[in-house]
Write a protein that binds this ligand. Structure first.
Ligand SMILES: *Cc1c(COP(=O)(O)O)cnc(C)c1O
Ligand SMILES: [Zn+2]
Length: 464
């Protein structure tokens, strides 16, 4: 299979190819990022996406059951016997009319792709099953990542479930939510807490992995993005293979944006869809490097030669001002997105836009998503807050069809949620007030009653 799938520099003017088994994940010639690439002419490619419906009747086969691997013909880098699946990708794409109304969209237009249903509770499992499979193919014994929490939770689960590898996790100090930290600890990962933030941890894990020969599963790993393509395939599947007008996705390290773009570029080139949807990437206002570069500085993919000078100037400004990412949405609290060039490419091919939303906007959107029956963590709600903003601006038309990605489960990070709904001003202030959130517009406050039957009955009759 080796010459049918390989790695290739993403910059067309370089185009250096690298063996499938290489684990450095950098172009040896120009230092750029790598894609997993395929010789599609020599591979059996389905002629229609309907082809994948045949897998539904074969659900006793673990690879056809997986919401990732049932699409493996569209990322054919691994022999079946090397694939490590734990049944990831059993997700929902739910029509959400109450969220549509909140965003100013027409009924029937707005869908939520709920990735919180994955085994570890976030979309990260889509990518981890693919990276873990590649790690298996190259005989790795240890795998490492730096993480704001969900990548480490996912890696820990794959290592524990397979007993094939030891997980080594780097976290910034004091930044990780208990929901996520508890997963890393419970599932037996070696957890290394660094005195620094996520960007520091990411730099260190790359050095340490190189020195110790540990397999790296951060989103710089191009195999993760292959698995994450399946999120879009499931969206198309849920929409009966109709391409929506918009995909709206939170942006942190920009792995999703990059993977979704790659999926649509390939589907278009393979003739499986007529044209890609547009992609809207939503940053947190406190971690808005991509927004600043794309919308404010006009940085573009530019045929594979983005303006490195402009990017360098901005990064130097972040360094010089010691500007740290700062948002309650810890999963996207990232100022140096590793997949920046790939995301630029995705937005060029998919008519992309980038917006930023405040923590307060995210939390209000999150409460509306929750009131509609799906629970997500703060970062996930950036997608819905972003959709609302883009409708207000007139960029997205209320009649267009939009799919917002909910990247992880509510229970990942309950602290912000409890503070948002709290009737105690101190609880609110300790978590949200000090981050600049003034009001919880959709708080569902607990009702305080004396321990007295009559009073309890009265309260329930009054409020419910
Ligand atoms: C990792 C993560 C993100 C950021 O995704 P990228 O692909 O890095 O942009 C967003 N939301 C949640 C819940 C995450 O875990
Ligand atoms: Zn190169």
């Amino acid at each position: 299979m080796s010459d049918l799938a390989f790695q290739r520099c993403i910059h067309p003017h370089c185009g250096t190819t690298v063996d499938l088994a290489d684990t450095s994940f950098h172009c040896p010639k120009c230092g750029g990022l790598l894609d997993v690439a395929y010789d599609w002419n020599r591979l059996p490619v389905p002629t229609s996406l309907k082809h994948f419906e045949a897998k539904w009747s074969n659900r006793t086969h673990p690879l056809d059951f997986s919401g990732v691997w049932r699409f493996r013909e569209l990322f054919p880098f691994a022999p079946d016997e090397k694939i490590m699946t734990i049944g990831e990708g059993q997700t929902l794409c739910q029509r959400a009319d109450s969220v549509a109304a909140y965003c100013g969209m027409k009924p029937g237009t707005t869908y939520l792709q709920y990735e919180g249903m994955n085994p570890s509770g976030s979309f990260k499992d889509n990518g981890m099953t693919a990276a873990f499979t590649h790690a298996q193919m190259v005989g790795a014994r240890r795998a490492a990542c730096a993480s704001t929490g969900n990548t480490s939770a996912s890696l820990a689960i794959y290592c524990a479930a397979s007993q094939l590898m030891r997980a080594v996790i780097f976290i910034g100090s004091g930044k990780i939510s208990y929901g996520k930290l508890s997963q890393a600890l419970e599932h037996g990962a070696l957890t290394v807490q660094i005195a620094g933030d996520f960007d520091d941890a990411l730099r260190r894990v790359q050095e340490v992995s190189r020195q110790l020969g540990i397999y790296l599963v951060n989103s710089i790993n191009p195999f993760r993005l292959e698995g994450q393509k399946s999120v879009m395939l499931r969206v198309l599947e849920a929409l009966r293979w109709e391409v929506p007008d918009w995909i709206v996705v939170p942006g942190g390290n920009l792995g999703n944006s990059s993977a979704f773009g790659k999926a649509f570029i390939e589907l278009t080139e393979l003739g499986l869809i007529a044209k890609p949807p547009r992609i809207a990437v939503i940053n947190a206002a406190g971690a808005d490097t991509f927004y600043q570069l794309y919308e404010r500085n006009g940085v573009r993919w530019n045929g594979g030669q983005p303006d490195d000078r402009k990017i360098g100037v901005y990064m130097k400004y972040l360094d010089d001002a010691d500007k740290r990412a700062d948002t309650l949405a810890s999963a996207i609290e990232i100022n140096r997105p590793v997949n920046l060039p790939k995301a630029l490419r995705a937005l060029e091919r998919c008519g992309g836009v980038v917006r930023e939303v405040t923590d307060a906007e995210m939390l209000d959107a999150k409460a509306k998503i929750g009131a509609g029956g799906l629970g997500c963590e703060p970062a996930s709600a950036a997608s819905v807050a972003g959709l609302q903003k883009l409708v207000r601006e007139g960029v997205i038309d209320p009649g267009e069809r939009a799919v917002c990605i909910l990247t992880a489960h509510l229970l990942k990070d309950p602290t912000a949620t409890v503070a948002y709904h709290s009737s105690d001003p101190k609880t609110f202030d300790d978590v949200l007030g000090k981050r600049g959130v003034r009001r919880a517009n959709f708080a569902n406050r607990a009702v305080q009653v004396p321990n007295d039957l009559t009073a309890i009955v009265q309260a329930i009759e009054l409020y419910a």
